[in-house]
Design a protein around this ligand. Structure first.
Ligand SMILES: Nc1ncnc2c1ncn2[C@@H]1O[C@H](COP(=O)(O)OP(=O)(O)OP(=O)(O)O)[C@@H](O)[C@H]1O
Ligand SMILES: [Mg+2]
Length: 288
C-alpha cells in the first residue's frame, strides 16, 4: 500500500469522507525558510518587488527558471484538481471556488511552504493570475519567504476605510503573481478576521477578482480560531498533514472545523519514501 493509500485509509477510518483521486510526489528537503535576511521595505504600494530567484530556489520554492524541477512537477499535479474547481466548468461553479485556503491542524506542518509553491506553480501558467494572501495574522511568515519587509496589509484594510486593496497589494517580478501581506498585528486581529468587514472583503475579492486564484496562507486550525472562521468563506481548502507526525485525533478534530467547506483537499506533506530518508513528498487526495 502506498503512503497515500495508507493516509487515505487512515483518514477514512477516522473521518468517513468520500475520497477521490490520489497521487504521490517527491521533493528534496533544503534550507529552512526561517533563516533568511529581509530585503529593504517596499514603500510604494505599486512598486514591483523583484524576487531573488536563486534564494527562492534554495528554499525549495518553484521559480520560472526551474519549471522542470521535481517540486514543480509535484505541484503541477497538486494544482490541477484545484484549478478544475476554481472556475465555472460545464455550467457548474463552486461558490467562491477561486478562494483557496491552505491550513493544517497544528503549527509547522508546511502551510506556508505549500501555499507558496501552489501560488508559484499556478502563476507560471500563461493565463492564470494569483493573489497570495498572508492570512496568518498571529504568525505572519509569507513575506519572509519572499524576502520582503512590509507593514501594511490585510489587517490594515479591515481597520482603515480609506485604504483599498490596491494600496497594499505588492506586485512582483513574476507577472501573474501579487502578494497581500498580513498587515500590522494588533490584539483585535481575531475579531477583525471574523468581522462582517472581512466577510464583505472576501466576497468582494471573490467577485472582483473572479478570474484570479486567491490563495490564503492560514493559521493552524487547532491553535487559533481564525482559520475556522476564514474557512466558512472559502470555496476550497487544502489541509496539510505532516506525514508520520500529525496525530490522528488532531486531524479528525481539524476536519470537523472545516466540514462545511464544499471542497477540502488533503495534502500529505514531508512523506519520506523508501528510496531515501533525504526525500520528502506529498500525497494528495480530496474529499467533497
Ligand atoms: N515538503 C517540504 N520540503 C522541504 N521543506 C519543507 C517542506 N514542507 C515544509 N518545509 C519546511 O518546514 C518548515 C515549516 O514549514 P512552514 O513554515 O511552511 O510551516 P507552517 O505550517 O506554515 O508553520 P506555521 O504553523 O508556523 O505557520 C519550513 O522551514 C519549511 O521550509
Ligand atoms: Mg506558516
Amino acid at each position: 500500500m502506498s503512503i497515500i493509500e495508507k493516509a487515505a485509509d487512515k483518514l477514512n477510518r477516522s473521518a468517513p469522507a468520500q475520497t477521490k483521486s490520489t497521487g504521490e510526489f517527491l521533493t528534496k528537503h533544503e534550507t529552512p525558510v526561517g533563516a533568511v535576511p529581509l530585503l529593504p521595505q517596499s514603500e510604494a504600494p505599486d512598486q514591483q518587488h523583484n524576487f531573488d530567484l536563486a534564494r527562492l530556489r534554495r528554499l525549495n520554492i518553484i521559480t520560472p527558471q526551474a519549471e522542470h524541477s521535481k517540486i514543480a512537477e509535484e505541484f503541477r499535479m497538486i494544482k490541477r484538481p484545484i484549478l478544475d474547481n476554481a472556475f465555472e466548468q460545464n455550467g457548474v461553479k463552486t461558490r467562491n471556488g477561486n478562494l483557496i485556503m491552505v491550513t493544517s491542524a497544528l503549527p509547522q506542518e508546511g502551510k506556508t511552504f505549500c501555499a507558496t509553491n501552489l501560488a508559484m506553480s499556478i502563476a507560471m501558467e500563461m493565463d492564470k493570475t494569483v493573489l497570495l494572501v498572508d492570512a496568518d495574522a498571529p504568525n505572519p511568515s509569507l513575506m519572509k519567504v519572499f524576502g520582503i519587509k512590509t507593514d501594511r496589509g490585510l489587517l490594515d484594510i479591515l481597520q482603515d476605510d480609506s485604504l483599498k486593496l490596491s494600496d497594499v497589494i505588492i506586485r512582483t517580478s513574476i507577472d501573474n503573481l501579487s502578494l497581500l501581506p498580513a498587515g500590522r498585528h494588533n490584539k483585535h486581529a481575531t475579531e477583525l478576521l471574523a468581522s462582517e468587514s472581512m466577510a464583505a472583503l472576501l466576497d468582494d475579492m471573490a467577485q472582483r477578482y473572479s478570474d484570479r486564484i486567491i490563495i490564503f496562507d492560514a493559521p493552524p486550525l487547532l491553535v487559533t480560531s481564525e482559520a475556522s472562521v476564514l474557512a466558512s468563506h472559502m470555496g476550497q481548502i487544502v489541509m496539510i498533514i505532516e506525514a508520520e507526525k500529525t496525530p490522528q485525533p488532531a486531524v479528525r478534530q481539524a476536519l470537523t472545523l472545516i466540514e462545511n467547506c464544499e471542497l477540502t483537499w488533503i495534502l500529505l506533506n514531508k512523506a519520506q519514501t523508501l528510496a531515501s530518508v533525504d526525500y520528502y513528498g506529498y500525497g494528495y487526495y480530496g474529499r467533497s
